[in-house]
Design a protein around this ligand. Structure first.
Ligand SMILES: NC(=O)c1ccc[n+]([C@@H]2O[C@H](COP(=O)([O-])OP(=O)(O)OC[C@H]3O[C@@H](n4cnc5c(N)ncnc54)[C@H](OP(=O)(O)O)[C@@H]3O)[C@@H](O)[C@H]2O)c1
Length: 337
């Protein structure tokens, strides 16, 4: 697998990152290990987890599960040295068991009121848990998972810098931040000589959400962020949910997708048409072509995070690495809609 620069850190990470959100919960340990093994065999080294994945998969879970699976796998395979390991702090509920409604559904409306957020004490406690579960002494890329408007950014950023000084994190990054909050955070860190955010992890895919779309604490990379990142290539864009849960080939999956109402627009139907025509010409699936489009995205460069619930999906998605798109094809895809 090709390697790409992570911003201007000098670190080379695999062009695809592997997401582990469902590992240890919806995806059992055996399948999870097969996904991790296959990704490693394909040359992937960039792995993404969080200290809350995936409490919402069931009332028996608390958010330790994904880090536990990744940590045990790295230990068993002796793979820690070759992995560029990312995890996150901030969105872990203090009492996940209180977030289940009477119908047995995870209550996402109330979840933010339970999050640990980003105070220095929360960060300090969270990193110790992550290091323990991941069987490691350092996290390569430590993200704040969400914004926290009630803790002064200075306090969060100083706490993160302390972790870097202590060697518990090598780089810090953010996820689900508005552009102005990212810019402000970087300004503070640079002025104080603290470790600045080197990456932002935001939802990003070929379909564009309808203006005003509200995904709760999740944020989609918007034009303003893309413009900011073009002008600030020292901040890498890591794209989560690049396949929007795998909806590009399957109309029923689109209808079932809980955010489809935010994407069901004339703009995206036109993009789907262009995508489908080109995918047929190239003999690939729409999902594969979306991944290839992201991998060819020149400015800002995008590192998509693969989600796969089976080895077959993983194989299918890895094939996107060998699709070659020329500038004309990229322009056709970019201009659609
Ligand atoms: N920072 C954040 O707030 C945040 C939020 C979300 C995710 N993430 C990270 O990003 C990673 C990926 O996110 P995601 O799972 O939302 O990614 P995604 O690409 O939107 O969705 C992955 C899902 O799409 C389906 N899929 C994958 N490949 C497919 C294929 N070839 N054909 C048909 N369906 C396919 C599978 O669902 P089925 O099982 O239904 O088939 C799979 O679980 C996560 O693991 C996590 O590390 C971060």
């Amino acid at each position: 697998m090709q390697r790409v620069n992570l911003g201007n850190t000098g670190e080379q990470v695999s062009a695809l990152c592997l997401g582990s959100m469902w590992m240890g919960t919806a995806t059992d340990k055996a399948v999870s290990w097969s996904l991790l093994d296959r990704f490693r065999q394909a040359g992937g080294n960039f792995i993404d987890t969080a200290n809350c994945y995936a409490w919402w998969a069931g009332p028996q879970f608390n958010g330790d599960e994904s880090e536990n699976v990744v940590g045990e796998w790295m230990q068993a395979r002796g793979a820690r040295e070759e992995v560029f390991l990312a995890t996150k702090v901030g969105a872990r509920p203090r009492h996940p068991q209180r977030l289940w409604d009477r119908d047995g559904n995870a209550d996402w409306e109330r979840a933010p009121s339970e999050f640990e957020y980003l105070s220095p004490a929360a960060i300090r406690s969270a990193i110790e848990g992550s290091l323990r579960r991941l069987h490691t002494e350092t996290i390569d890329l430590y993200y704040v998972h969400i914004d926290d408007r009630s803790t002064p950014q200075e306090e969060t950023l100083y706490a993160l810098d302390c972790l870097v000084q202590e060697g518990k994190a090598r780089y810090v990054a953010c996820s689900n931040l508005r552009t102005w909050r990212l810019e402000r955070a970087r300004g503070i860190s640079v002025a104080r000589g603290w470790a600045p955010f080197v990456a932002i992890q935001q939802e990003y895919s070929y379909f564009r959400p309808r203006p005003g779309a509200d995904f709760g604490v999740d944020l989609h990379a918007d034009d303003e962020l893309l413009d900011y990142l073009r002008a600030n290539p020292e901040v890498a864009l890591v794209a989560y949910s690049p396949l929007l849960k795998g909806i590009y080939d399957d109309p029923e999956k689109r209808e079932r997708f809980y955010n489809w109402h935010w994407f069901n627009t004339a703009d995206n139907l036109a993009r789907l048409e262009t995508l489908s025509v080109m995918a047929r010409q190239l003999g690939v699936s729409n999902n594969q072509l979306v991944l290839a489009w992201l991998l060819h995205h020149p400015r800002p460069q995008v590192i998509p995070i693969l989600g796969a619930s089976s080895l077959a999906q993983m194989e299918h998605n890895l094939e996107a690495l060998s699709i070659r798109l020329d500038p004309g094809q990229m322009e056709t895809l970019d201009r659609a809609g």
